[in-house]
Design a binder for this molecule. Structure first.
Ligand SMILES: [Fe+2]
Length: 166
């Protein structure tokens, strides 16, 4: 929002949290569609598991807002909007299901890396601000995003990329 003021690290932290909240909210809407279109049961399961995690991650951000005394709502994360749009384009392309599965992983890993950057930054600001409980909450989510990224990587390398090549 253009009217937002950034006078302190706390202001910047608040901005980052709102951005992440919007990102998680958008992802909560997008993941069911990605799960539905995944042809590999393993990939579908990974998206479904991450949907449940994503809902908990949103709740963690609400808790961060409660602890810090601000509303987490009111921002739109344009980067996540773009990442999801690219993923949606992938869903709508015609062709081979196995190739689409590989493409879905490529999109989903971009999302995870974006989130890892956001949570890493927010966690570090929280530490700097002396908000240790908040930093712990953000680190929990950061670790979940890292695990999801690794799981997607394992699924891709373990079989989907190979199937996409056939
Ligand atoms: Fe997330």
């Amino acid at each position: 929002m253009a009217t937002e003021k950034l006078n302190s690290l706390k202001d910047l932290f608040e901005h980052e949290i709102k951005d992440l909240y919007s990102a998680e909210s958008q992802l909560t809407d997008a993941l069911p569609k990605m799960a539905e279109k995944a042809s590999s049961p393993q990939l579908r399961q990974a998206f479904e598991t991450h949907l449940e995690e994503t809902k908990r991650q949103r709740e963690r951000l609400e808790k961060v807002g409660e602890i810090c005394g601000f509303s987490v709502k009111g921002e739109k994360c344009q980067a996540m909007e773009g990442l999801i749009k690219e993923g949606k384009d992938m869903l709508e392309m015609k062709g081979d299901d196995k190739v689409r599965d590989a493409g879905l992983i490529a999109s989903a890993q971009r999302v995870e890396h974006y989130e890892m950057a956001g949570y890493g930054t927010a966690r570090t600001y929280a530490q700097q601000l002396g908000l240790n409980d908040v930093a712990d909450l953000l680190e929990q989510t950061l670790n979940e995003e890292k695990r999801t990224d690794q799981k997607l990587n394992d699924i891709a390398v373990g079989n989907i990329n190979q199937k996409a090549q056939q």
